[in-house]
Design a protein around this ligand. Structure first.
Ligand code: IMP
Length: 185
């Protein structure tokens, strides 16, 4: 069956988006990252921690190309109103596996300011992994505030809001095969 070409622009809720990274380019870059992981983790047994919800498509595609023996687990960043001055505290939930002594690779959809990733790495470091690295589908270098070592990055993108390939706008748009960037009006 022929798959119809993706529309160039889509409307998600009240916003218009245009294709910025087509599925073919995403496939290429995901495959490149998988090659790097296969090379770097040869002889080891990494534990991949995919951060839900946004990384579910990336993780599914990436991990099918990873050929070293590995384990995959899914975590979520829960939030609650805490007593800290900022109000919101995001905490790691759903981690079933022990991280101690493991080679951990965090799989994320996007690193924007990097604050979420910084917090997550801090929590994981306290669990004493043998090594800890970050693998993200997208990075917005112009927005990055934290000093994070991002070892694996599929695509660097400009500072525009994006949806598709797992990423959402208010819960919608995760199902698109391509990545779409917001059209500012
Ligand atoms: P950070 O803490 O600023 O790095 O933000 C990270 C989180 O914000 C990601 O895990 C996403 O859930 C969300 N996010 C940031 N930029 C975008 C975007 O362009 N589209 C969809 N979600 C985004």
């Amino acid at each position: 069956m022929l798959r119809s070409a993706a529309p160039h622009t889509v409307i998600v809720k009240d916003k218009k988006f245009t294709v910025s990274v087509p599925a073919s380019r995403i496939r290429q870059e995901v495959s490149r990252i998988a090659d790097e992981l296969n090379r770097d983790y040869a002889g080891r047994t990494p534990l991949f921690l995919a951060v839900l919800n946004g990384s579910f498509v990336f993780a599914a595609d990436l991990l099918r190309l990873v050929s070293v023996p590995c384990q995959v687990s899914f975590v979520k960043l829960g939030s609650y109103e805490g007593l800290e001055s900022g109000g919101e505290v995001r905490q790691l939930i759903g981690l079933g596996e022990s991280v101690e002594g493991r080679d951990v690779v965090v799989v994320e959809d996007i690193v924007d300011t990097g604050l979420t990733m910084s917090r997550l790495l801090e929590s994981l470091r306290a669990m004493k992994p043998a090594s800890l690295s970050v693998c993200t589908l997208l990075l917005k270098p112009d927005k990055l505030l934290s000093d994070i070592d991002i070892r694996y990055c599929a695509l660097r993108i400009p500072d525009n809001f994006v949806v598709g390939y797992g990423l959402d706008y208010d819960g919608f748009g995760r199902n698109y095969a391509d990545i779409y960037s917001i059209i500012k009006e």
